[in-house]
Design a protein around this ligand. Structure first.
Ligand SMILES: [Zn+2]
Length: 695
């Protein structure tokens, strides 16, 4: 339920903290904007916008300027700060009221030209609407309950019944100058008794001359709409019981994710998945009309950018049969192409079609799965899908869910000002891919993860030691943020533990495309003195552990059907062994041979298998190499050398005279992942060791 969260003490704190720099009006605007942003029943992920009209003093001329501080693009109301509400000179905006025609680009140009700070983010596409209304504070949301009532055949009557007659109601109008004019006209026609404007199929604006009143009106109108919808929700729905056992996320997501990937010469474009399995979402998936509701449009057109207009429905039949699942995706893609072809004449310049793949799937008996280029995009789509499905279920219980027609949704989806919200950043080369790196708590594992993350991949780092993983997590979170990687404990010598780790990786990101079996230990001993138990331990981790890791991931790669890359860690010791290091060298030679066999066996499913032969990599104090800490001193003593000279010894013996860093190994891994025409190969990363040259 939407609730009034306004707290006078909290409001005073905002004024005390922000007021001295930006003034009381803007401080309170930030406060109630955050209150709106905190409630997912009002807005989701960057949706909605707010403004305040206030005066600022020009620092140079000393004159007072009347400005509109309005939400800038790229800011989320939940976390907005004064910088997210850039000031625009109000008077030039007001002069645009009543002009005959104002093209979108010209509007943006005019608004940007009025910014006091030219470097500020571009103000909301609804800036003119905020400027044309006279009130000092204006709040705009896409509240679920308002959308439930307005996406109905008799939406206007329902809103009138729910909210009474102090509310103006407008049909769907594209945001921009025409909507701003229409809202101002509607307000003026009704006069000062007007407390809010509801836009059918879109959302609601409230306004007042103080921050609290405008916010409270928003909350009260939305709560009223919620209560009204609840009392009108009388239609029951037929729910079909789930046929057979429901799929687990670990089993389902790779199949689904593989089916929605887009094939390509340089490897497929893959998506990261985010699954939601709350009880009411499962119930939605079992509705008799689930597929029909999936085909209807969004609660508010803003959502098309994140979720596309319609969702893919995956029924029991498609769950059982991979060919049927692919056919269902193909039907979705065809229907998207049909929609684009039918509507593209509406755009001034024929636009380029966005990718036609679904972003949300409703899976019978399972729940919802959303897809994105990265975990954040998938999470946003999943959050919106949760609200949308609950909203559609409620709307169907109230009456009948009826979204905007396809043409209007197309206008929003292909509106240049809307697409600008997604940004123009180039897609990283490994975007949408998921990597599993074992031995992730050590120096090399950290270096590999760092380079994979830099290339845009998602990474699960698995290690025996939770403590070592903590150090790696701190470093990677600092460099890449926390959303694209996760850590898992695993014992690579234990089949069940490896299987569990693979399942958790699939449940978290939707599957696995890149496997880097990197866990390794060493033991220094001549063959003559070798303790057989120590030898077995080394073979168990380095060779059997590699086998178990690859073996557990193959079914995932197979069910995705989109190829993949396995990059093993060999060792410089494979081509150029050293005395006293038999256990390690033999285990790594075995792993290298295993890689060649895997390359043979997995080529038919498009999976490349390659090996990196690195020489000694030590890491640093924060993330050291556990292996070298243990065996380094013994290796030096075995050579009759001082253990303190360990790093210098390896550096100086190389042809290039340089140490091998974790990042060097990581770059070799990324190279093999990108080299989709290379398999069964080995690449030395050893700064040049002549004895390791191929013979
Ligand atoms: Zn809006």
């Amino acid at each position: 339920m939407v609730a009034n969260l306004y707290d006078a003490g909290e409001a005073r704190d905002f004024v005390a903290r922000l007021g001295p720099d930006c003034g009381e009006d803007l401080a309170l605007r930030v406060y109630t904007s955050q209150l709106i942003g905190r409630d997912p029943g009002l807005v989701l992920h960057g949706g909605g916008n707010t403004s305040v009209k206030t005066a600022v003093r020009d620092a140079v001329t000393g004159e007072d300027l009347e400005v509109l501080c309005v939400k800038g693009s790229g800011w989320d109301l939940a976390t907005i700060e004064p910088a997210g509400l850039p000031a625009v000179r109000l008077e030039p905006l007001r002069r645009l009221r009543g002009v005959a025609r104002l093209a979108d680009e010209e509007m943006v140009h005019r608004v940007r030209a009025g910014l006091l700070d030219p470097a500020a983010p571009t103000p909301s596409v609804e800036t003119l609407l905020h400027a044309f209304l006279p009130h000092r504070f204006i709040d705009h949301t896409h509240a679920d309950a308002i959308c439930v009532l307005t996406n109905q055949p008799d939406g206007e009557a329902l809103i009138r019944d729910a909210l009474g007659d102090r509310v103006a109601i407008l049909p769907w109008i594209m945001p921009g100058h025409p909507l701003a004019e229409a809202v101002a006209d509607a307000f003026e026609a009704m006069g000062p008794s007007c407390e809010a404007v509801v836009l059918l199929h879109h959302g609601i604006f409230t306004f007042a001359d103080d921050a609290e009143s405008s916010y409270v009106r928003m909350v009260e109108h939305c709560a009223r709409a919620e209560r009204f919808a609840a009392t009108r929700a009388v239609r029951s729905v037929h729910v079909v019981p789930a046929a057979g056992a429901c799929a687990s996320a670990a089993d389902l997501l790779p199949r689904l994710r593989g089916a929605v990937a887009i094939g390509g010469e340089d490897g497929p474009r893959r998506f990261v998945a985010d699954a939601r399995t709350a009880g009411d979402l499962v119930a939605f998936s079992l509705r008799e009309d689930a597929a029909a509701l999936c085909a209807t449009g969004p609660l508010t057109p803003d959502h098309v950018l994140r979720t596309k207009s319609s969702y893919l429905f995956v029924g029991a039949e498609e769950l059982r049969d991979p060919a049927a699942l692919r056919a269902a995706v193909a039907r979705y893609v065809d229907s998207y192409r049909g929609y684009f072809d039918a509507c593209r004449h509406r755009a001034a310049k024929t636009p380029t079609m966005l990718d036609p793949q679904p972003r949300v799937a409703v899976v019978e008996g399972f729940g919802v799965c959303a897809f994105g280029d990265d975990a954040k995009a998938a999470r946003i789509a999943a959050d919106i899908a949760e609200h949308t499905l609950r909203g559609k279920a409620l709307a169907a219980a109230v009456g009948a869910y009826r979204a905007l027609p396809a043409e209007d949704l197309f206008d929003m989806e292909y509106w240049s000002l809307e697409q600008a919200k997604l940004g123009k950043a180039a897609r990283p080369s490994l975007a949408g891919q998921v990597a599993l790196v074992t031995g992730g708590g050590g120096a090399i594992g950290c270096g590999i993860a760092d380079e994979l993350l830099r290339a845009g991949a998602h990474v699960v780092l698995a290690d025996l030691s939770a403590e070592r993983l903590d150090a790696v997590r701190r470093r990677l979170a600092g460099a890449h943020g926390a959303s694209r990687f996760a850590t898992e404990t695993v014992d690579v010598t234990d089949e069940a533990s490896v299987a569990d780790c693979v399942a958790r990786t699939c449940a978290r990101f939707g599957g696995i495309d890149i496997v880097v079996p990197n866990a390794g230990i060493a033991h220094v001993s001549t063959i003559e003195d070798m303790d057989p138990a120590a030898f077995r331990r080394v073979v168990d981790v380095n060779l059997t552990g590699t086998l178990l890791t690859i073996r557990a991931v193959i079914p995932v790669l197979r069910s995705q059907g989109t190829g993949g890359a396995i990059v093993l860690q060999g060792s410089k010791n494979v081509p150029a062994p050293g005395a006293g290091f038999g256990a390690y060298s033999a285990s790594k030679a075995g792993a290298t041979q295993l890689a060649r066999i895997a390359a043979l066996e997995l080529a038919p499913i498009g999976v490349t298998v390659n090996t990196v032969h690195a020489d000694a990599v030590f890491g640093d104090d924060e993330v050291p190499s556990g292996l070298w800490a243990e065996v380094g001193p013994d290796r030096m003593r075995a050579r009759g050398l001082d253990p303190d000279g360990l790093r210098a010894f390896y550096r100086d013996r190389s042809l290039l005279g340089r140490s091998v860093r974790p990042a060097d190994v990581g770059r070799a891994v990324v190279f093999f992942v990108q080299a989709t025409r290379t398999t069964g190969a080995a690449l030395p990363v050893d700064a040049g060791v002549a004895e390791a040259f191929p013979r």
